[in-house]
Design a protein around this ligand. Sequence first.
Ligand code: ZN
Length: 672
Amino acid sequence: MKNRWESGDDTGAPIEQLIHQSRLVGAEDSLVLWGGGNNSIKREATDLLGNPIPVMDVKGSGSDMKSIVAEQFPAVRLDWVRPLMARDSMSDEEMVDYLARCLLDPKSPRPSIETLLHAFLPFTAILHTHADAILALTNNAGRETTVRDCYGDEVIIVPYLRPGFELSRLVGEACAAAPDARGLVLMNHGLITWGDTPRAAYDVHIELVSRAESHLAKGRSVTGATTRRDDIDPATLAPLIRGALSERQRVVLRFDDSEEAIRFSMRPDIRQIGDAGPATPDHLLHLGRYPLVLPLEGSSDPREAIANALAEHRERYGRYFAANAGPGQDALPGDPREVIVPGVGVWTAGKDARGSLIVRDIFRHTMAIVEAADEGGGYRTLDDREMFRGEYWPLELYKLTLLPPEKELARHVALVTGAARGIGKAIALRLAAEGAHVVLTDLDLEKSDAIAAEIRGRHGLGRAIAVEMDVTSRTSVADGFRRAALEFGGIDIVVSNAGIARVGRLEELTESDWNDSLAVNATGHFHVTREALSIMKSQGRGGSIVFNATKNVTSPGGGFGAYSVSKAAEAQLCRIAAIEAASFGVRANMVNPDAIFEDSQLWEEIGAGRAAAHGIPLEQLPDFYRNRNLLRQPVTAEDVAEAVLFLAGPRSGRTTGAMIPVDGGIREAFPR
Ligand code: ZN
């Protein structure tokens, strides 16, 4: 591993040096991942009365090293923390409460759960990571012997113990007993190094990790038990997997078909590795106890194979829980968060795209750890009892109860056509605001890309993608749905919105305007509906399709034949979809908007023609339409998006084949 500390930048204030160290550590994802690892520095400060006191700046719980700032290092009073070392025991809750009272600034973030471990060591600067190489060195059949072979007596070895007061005291005592040690290896957990400065602690850390890496570099190359399965289409398989995994609670998937993932999936010992589980409890909290291994033999029905594998997984998890749980303890869901399909790749699951990405990243590191541990005699992890204590750590379970309630469309995936502007854009933004992941499709990729980026910026990593789609093309639509299945695992909501408007009285209407209208407004919706139904049926978790129709469906207007006729076909398509798809829980409904002017392509196309038809100047058109409706209100794209949201989500769960006008109230257009 490369030492990234360049000479000369270790002269700033202690906290600056600590931040610099954090960033260098954070830049190396085989050292820390997604908020892992922690570091500290001890210094003098003054209390409120101006008296000198010893304090320690320590990384806040969960903050990310690669982007950390000074405010994310709470300062704790060492004169109040150090005496704890004389205690016999302290529960996690007691420890957390106690540390909250030791903060120099009560408004600081919560200090790391491993704060005592830093406080009980007599050194100025401390660095602790869960480096891949250390996990490989401590998760193998050779165990302590492998560690000794690598480091001799230069490091202290502390057997595995769940983080908390006891482990911290044990580490403090072990260091006091071995003053010449250069570092401390926590079995199945990580590495601690120290020094007079953050740089000194960092230098030793990189040196020791590098030695572990080269010690295990001769990792055996495990030959595959299966070959690559190019005959299996991951986009077809993904909705089956997502559907099965979503039985208790919907999940979002991420597919990893990197070379490493495929090679790993083909290992002959993949089942034993799955049984062994994650390399350290810190990873266990994200990866769960067991992955699901899903070999798909040539003749097997994938749906049945997944159902059987999941049933077996649940049974095994149930046995593990029963053997380790205390009286009255509640089981976590325990469903797999990784699905390994030999020869195809690895799917990871989360409550959202970010969650599935975190699992993917941590699992990638697990794969590297497993391969490196081969050299130490094979991958061996903690026993079931310690795994269980890690998984059911009360402090972590308590953290889950602090999470805000999920939004209405959380865990859902929505695809919106014509999403680059106007109504489609408003719908995409509205569904995203309610928690949905959104696939924005449009002919205009640049515009929809910008909206997807806006959604990601506002709602989080991976929450939206943009895909170029021409709804008149069967293959383009099929490709778009394929992308969605590969990106998120499937689809729950489809808003078929893309449309065009051509004006002209029948005797003047050109054949090409007529054909274009039918191609987009009728056949386009058919293409979208067919793909939507196919993927939703595969998933087996129901779904909702919402069509953006028009007020013209119930109240057609002269000079607007191609539009009204093609939109009538769309409306009838919606009803047929409602009839045919009800048997597998998919609903189909439509909204009938009228006169949405803002950012509307439709009005750009027909505005002048409609103004002429009504005998008024173009700029009076919005007022003309506003005065035509009963409420005498302008109708906006956001109003349409509200109706779509209602039809898309669970609140309209008993409504299918229906239309909702969003037109300010037009008597002639009342559905009947
Ligand atoms: Zn740790």
